[in-house]
Design a binder for this molecule. Structure first.
Ligand SMILES: Cc1cc2nc3c(=O)[nH]c(=O)nc-3n(C[C@H](O)[C@H](O)[C@H](O)COP(=O)(O)OP(=O)(O)OC[C@H]3O[C@@H](n4cnc5c(N)ncnc54)[C@H](O)[C@@H]3O)c2cc1C
Length: 329
């Protein structure tokens, strides 16, 4: 039994209405700025984002230094305003997690939990909130009960108990998704309160299938061939083992998120992608922007500026132009 990426990648055919000029992976300030410009340039634009508070700006409580927006405003509110602006020009946003890409095909293929999309150009804007598998047992049981994608693997856990570990929109959305299949969902939250959008917090607390464990750390994933439980510890309390057969981990860190690339692009030792002056990677038609590039100054306005450079370059690439062309209207 393989509960990992294979399921998400098996559906390689894309429906015609899933065909886009440009697919942008990540809807933070970088990806959303690209969408504003590509949609305005009449390119059929899709942004796939796994959750507003799974991004660096999305988790920022107050921001007062974004030009033109005196604030203070929450990062999530600022991203929402940007997204509405992109939507007003025709961009489509969906909440989903990209689990794989095929950059060698023409058009390029983008595999997400709910389906496959094709694109003439792809923009990578997934930020740097990633982490390595650091919890004991996490790597050992990956694909054998440990998963990072409930939409890909949730159906394997019908009538079983599972644990979701994390505290952001993505974790709560995935926990709610799992209630369709699982008998019980433990939501293990390392901090004392939930940090996700209000409607998600409401749905989670109302769900009869979800038990929220606040201020609780995941210490170990345990099992034999498959996962049989997770060892957790509440703050100031004793460790306990929750008997679950699935552990869905959505913890955040400070590494560039590139796992879905499946080594199709070279990265530095730190996991950073390299791009040229037009934000294009080593593969023509594939662009990377924002915190994903390990820019030495990580700020929303810089990520947004990267997005504009990439958008203009995407337009040049798709139309086979020799020079960049900007529509100033
Ligand atoms: C605590 C904190 C405070 C900050 N304060 C400020 C500030 O005051 N001013 C300022 O200018 N900057 C601030 N920053 C920095 C700023 O937030 C970042 O530089 C900026 O958000 C980077 O934008 P980005 O679009 O590259 O990445 P992000 O904002 O991280 O967005 C990446 C997006 O990609 C999505 N994603 C990731 N993986 C996938 C996947 N596999 N499939 C689909 N979607 C995916 C995520 O859901 C996320 O929405 C702060 C950062 C932090 C962490």
């Amino acid at each position: 039994m393989d509960l990992g990426l294979d399921l998400g990648l098996s559906n390689l055919g894309a429906a015609a209405d899933n065909a886009y000029d440009v697919v942008i992976i990540g809807g933070g300030p970088a990806g959303t700025s690209t969408a504003i410009y590509t949609a305005r340039a009449d390119l059929r634009t899709l942004v796939i984002d796994k959750g507003l508070t799974a991004g660096a700006l999305g988790i920022t409580t107050k921001i007062s230094n974004y030009p033109g927006v005196p604030g203070p405003i929450s990062g999530a509110e600022l991203v929402e305003i940007m997204r509405q602006q992109a939507e007003s020009f025709g961009a489509t946003f969906i909440t989903d997690k990209v689990v794989g890409l095929d950059l060698s095909s023409d058009p390029k293929m983008v595999m997400a939990g709910t389906g496959t999309f094709t694109a003439k150009a792809v923009v990578l804007a997934t930020g740097s909130m990633g982490r390595t598998s650091s919890v004991k047992g996490e790597e050992e049981f990956l694909g054998r009960g440990v998963s990072y994608c409930a939409t890909c693997d949730g159906a394997f856990f019908r009538d079983q108990d599972v644990a979701v570990i994390g505290n952001n929109d993505e974790a709560l959305e995935e926990a709610l998704f799992l209630t369709k299949f699982a008998a019980k969902v433990y939501l293990i939250v390392p901090t004392p309160e939930l940090k996700a959008r209000e409607f998600l917090v409401h749905e989670i607390t109302e769900s009869a299938k979800v038990e929220v464990m606040l201020g609780t750390r995941l210490k170990e994933v345990i099992g034999e061939t498959l996962v049989t439980g997770v060892r957790v510890q509440p703050r100031g309390g004793a460790e306990q083992v929750l008997p679950v057969s699935g552990a869905f981990v959505y913890l955040q860190g400070g590494k560039p998120i590139t796992d879905y690339l499946m080594e199709q692009l070279p990265t530095s030792v730190e996991g950073c992608l390299a791009v040229d002056a037009e934000m294009q990677t080593a593969v023509p038609g594939v662009f990377a922007i924002g915190d994903l590039l390990c820019t030495h100054i990580k700020q929303a306005v810089i990520a947004a500026a990267d997005g504009v450079i990439a958008a203009v370059a995407v337009d040049k690439y798709i139309h086979g132009r020799k020079k960049l062309q900007i529509d100033w209207n």
